[in-house]
Ligand binder design. Structure first.
Ligand SMILES: [Mg+2]
Length: 383
């Protein structure tokens, strides 16, 4: 896949945002008491701009740290060089930050900051070319499937029915809260939504390798399309392949994998029926498109992970559409006031599908004044 032209970046800006929510977002490993986000904007020396987003959900205090890291440590490596391409920039940053990642023990936050910059670089490049990002990436149509994600067992049926009314046709339930209650919640969902609904379950790495299979068996009668992260992502691919061979439900993972080598080992093991890289967590558009292409070539599905703000959601949808209309993009259905401030400008699902517009880049121009007091930190680096 060809790289996209970039050029010189004159300015890097970052904003950390934090939106209060009435009901915390609860997973099997932790709770989000508010909804954070980190937005990035690159400005080229010709004034062209691009937006990106950095994954920052956990730990709960991590958004401001990532925004500072991006401006203080990563941005000075971005400005001043005439980049021949977006992927060239990603690879240079990855190389330049490799020792620091080891020294600080923070390869994740650094990779996330770089991923956000990469998304912004692709948006800038596509805007400059005057075409939507999905077309800039070589896609033929801006159409894709989505699934509603983050459905907690409490009030799962009411939540899913509400989401059905909003155009969703696939629904992912959080599990890992106890075998009996997991099975009961999934059964209630299946009964309420009917046999035609697509259901998925996500255990968020809750189970030990030796108990995961039994936990999965209990969910199998409700025929979910996949079980996501039934065990820790750092279990070796061989352990995942063993579980896959014994699991009545296909396995999915990817949001907690980092680096081409790790993704390729999982793809080669054929353990995962669905590969789920997160565009704001590692690799940005530049590297996730390669992972996605190799996953699809191996016969696995590509279903981008995203649970965050609107820029990362758009980036995930453009990349998914660029590679064809198969699979589903994760559509975070939890309350998020950051989304709500601009929701009228985001595409909406219809019968489980989203059609992206023809606007250049990601199709979103943000006025940060719209977010007012939700901004907890802002910074910039100019060349
Ligand atoms: Mg997940």
């Amino acid at each position: 896949m060809p790289d996209a032209a970039l050029g010189r970046v004159a300015r890097v800006e970052a904003w950390a945002l934090r939106a209060p929510i009435a009901t915390p977002v609860i997973t099997s490993f932790g709770t989000m008491r508010d909804r954070p986000a980190v937005f990035v904007r690159l400005t080229g020396d010709d004034g062209a701009q691009g937006w990106g987003e950095v994954w920052c959900n956990f730990p709960g205090v991590g958004a401001e740290h990532r925004a500072r890291l991006l401006i203080d440590t990563v941005a000075p490596l971005v400005t001043g060089t005439a980049w021949t391409g977006c992927e060239v920039l990603w690879r240079a940053l990855d190389r330049r930050l490799a020792v620091l990642a080891l020294q600080t023990g923070e390869p994740g936050p650094l990779a996330q900051a770089v991923a956000g910059i990469d998304i912004a670089a692709w948006d800038l490049s596509a805007r400059r070319a005057g075409q939507p990002l999905w077309r800039h990436l070589g896609g033929e149509a801006g159409r894709l499937g989505v699934y509603a994600s983050g459905i907690h067992p409490d009030a799962a049926v009411a939540t899913a029915l509400r989401l059905h009314e909003r155009g969703h046709r696939a629904f992912k339930l959080k599990v890992g809260f106890g075998s009996d209650s997991d099975a009961r919640s999934l059964r209630e969902l299946r009964e309420a939504l009917g046999e035609g609904a697509t259901l998925m379950v996500d255990a968020n790495q809750a189970w030990a390798p030796d108990t995961a299979c039994a936990q999965i068996q209990a969910l199998a009668p409700m025929r979910p399309l996949w079980i996501e992260e039934p065990m820790a992502a750092d279990q070796p691919p061989e352990a995942w392949a063993r579980l896959a061979a014994n699991s009545p439900i296909p396995l999915a993972a990817g949001e907690n994998l980092r680096g081409d080598a790790q993704f390729d080992a999982f793809i080669a093991s054929r353990a995962l029926a669905f590969v789920q890289p997160d565009v704001g967590k590692w690799g940005g558009i530049s590297m996730c498109r390669g992972v996605a292409g190799r996953a699809l070539a191996s016969g696995a599905g590509y279903c981008p992970h995203w649970l965050g703000g609107p820029i990362g959601l758009l980036a995930s949808m453009h990349l998914r559409a660029a590679l064809g209309d198969s699979g589903w993009v994760e559509w975070d259905a939890n309350p998020n006031p950051i989304h709500d401030r601009i929701k009228d400008r985001l595409p909406k699902p219809c019968e489980g599908k989203v059609t992206l517009g023809g606007e250049a880049g990601l199709g979103l121009d943000l006025d940060m004044d719209d977010f007012g007091s939700l901004v907890t930190w802002r910074g910039q680096h100019r060349h």
